[in-house]
Design a protein around this ligand. Structure first.
Ligand code: ADP
Ligand code: MG
Length: 397
């Protein structure tokens, strides 16, 4: 069901106090500066639209995992400074999420002005979706806008709770994420190729079942492939196997794939190394031939060629998870090949997942993707068919 956006609200936002949940969960440098402002820039269309229409903006976000208590290094001060540069206007920052200081700051906002609240996860009530916290936040504002797609799979006070006491609509970033990802699932173009890799296998294995119904081909890489090899009874040496329990799921997926029209494609060759290090001894081997004690750190060149060809022939591609340990240049070739093929392909291309997106950005190819998702976990849950609490809480159009 399509959700109302800030363009669809009945009230005039001019003069309105608007509470906007943004995803400013950015990487920081050791000195505490914003290392990558992609997520802040992602929220600019919503922020600028509201400012231009005379709204009084109250922004809330989490940063990192403070686990319910204030952590000096996770304050949003440097985020406020960066946002201020980007919008070329002052951003007032308070050191609390709620309380008298915050109410006063919110009340004194003029049209077009911006207030950033402190890291919402400093308050232990945030992740518990505490109704009292939601009510305190609601009293600050007249309208709630959720633009934090990356947090939409969490039912927290700032992502879901506040929607129970304020009119609630989506921001533009949220809207573009929902349009792109829902489009893949609801009206897929064929051939639909899903590329899955990375290391968080437990989080991702569930989505494979869904892709077996939706996609024409699933290409597996990264550490994900080793549970499949184990499920097939192959020796994977010292390769990373996150969770033995995934092997059973992999076995089921292989069985389901053999009875379905979807092809589940595993690597044929791998780049293996004798250690997990940039200067390890490395060579290319067939999948059954990993030497004792060695580990697979990238897909091999034959596999990469095959995956690239399939991506070039696709009508729609979804990619989550790097094909290898791309942080080490020697094991980045598989990931680079996928990113390049997606950039060249005429297919509708969507990339999700923190590390996969980082890889695409490092290569300077983000502009050449159809859609780059800001939400790794949220995008997978949406594709799996789960109702995201942060989306469900918004008003239907
Ligand atoms: P994403 O953030 O895109 O969802 P993940 O977080 O699941 O992806 O996985 C990214 C990580 O997976 C990277 O740090 C990468 O080094 C690691 N990785 C990929 N392939 C392998 C492998 N063969 N062995 C060990 N780690 C791997
Ligand atoms: Mg990751």
């Amino acid at each position: 069901m399509a959700k109302k956006t800030i363009r669809d609200v009945d009230v005039d936002v001019a003069g309105c106090r608007v509470l906007v949940r943004v995803d400013f969960n950015v990487p920081l440098t050791d000195a505490g500066e914003v290392a990558d402002d992609t997520r802040i820039r992602g929220a600019l269309p919503t922020i600028e639209y509201l400012r231009e229409h005379g709204a009084r903006l109250i922004l809330t976000s989490h940063l990192g995992r403070p686990r319910g208590e204030p952590k000096e290094e996770l304050r949003l001060n440097s985020v406020a400074a960066r946002l201020s540069q980007l919008i070329d206007a002052p951003v007032r920052k308070v050191d609390r999420l709620t309380g008298p200081e915050v109410s006063e700051a919110a009340d004194s906002l003029q049209a077009g002005e911006v207030l950033l609240l402190e890291n919402c996860r400093f308050d232990p009530r945030e992740t518990k979706n505490d109704p009292e916290l939601a009510r305190e936040l609601c009293r600050l504002a007249d309208l709630y806008v959720n633009d934090a797609f990356g947090a939409a799979h969490r039912a927290h006070a700032t992502t879901a709770g506040v929607a129970s006491c304020l009119p609630a609509v989506s921001g533009f970033l949220m809207q573009s994420e929902l349009d792109a990802l829902q489009g893949l699932v609801d009206s897929p173009q064929h051939p639909f190729v899903a590329v899955l890799g990375g290391a968080k296998v437990t989080d991702k294995i569930g989505v494979i079942e869904r892709f077996l119904d939706l996609a024409d081909q699933i290409l597996i890489g990264g550490a994900m492939c080793f549970i499949f090899f184990k499920a097939q009874g192959l020796d994977v040496g010292a390769s990373r196997v996150e969770d033995e329990a995934g092997i059973e799921t992999a076995r089921r997926a292989l069985e389901k794939a053999s009875n379905s029209d979807c092809e589940l494609v595993l690597p044929r060759d791998l780049v293996v190394a004798d250690r997990f290090a940039e200067d390890a001894e490395a060579r290319v081997v067939g999948v059954g031939d990993i030497p004792q004690g060695w580990m697979g750190l990238d897909i091999g060149p034959e596999t990469a060629d095959e995956y690239e060809r399939r991506i070039l022939d696709a009508a729609q591609v979804f990619w989550n998870g790097p094909m290898g340990v791309f942080e080490m240049d020697r094991f980045a070739e598989g990931t680079r090949g996928i990113a390049r093929a997606m950039a060249e392909s005429r297919a509708l291309t969507v990339v999700g997942g923190g590390d996969s997106v980082a890889a695409v950005q490092q290569l300077g190819l983000a502009e050449r993707m159809g859609h780059v998702s800001t939400g790794g976990g949220a995008s997978l849950e949406l594709i799996e068919g789960a109702e995201l609490p942060g989306v469900a809480a918004l008003e239907d159009r």
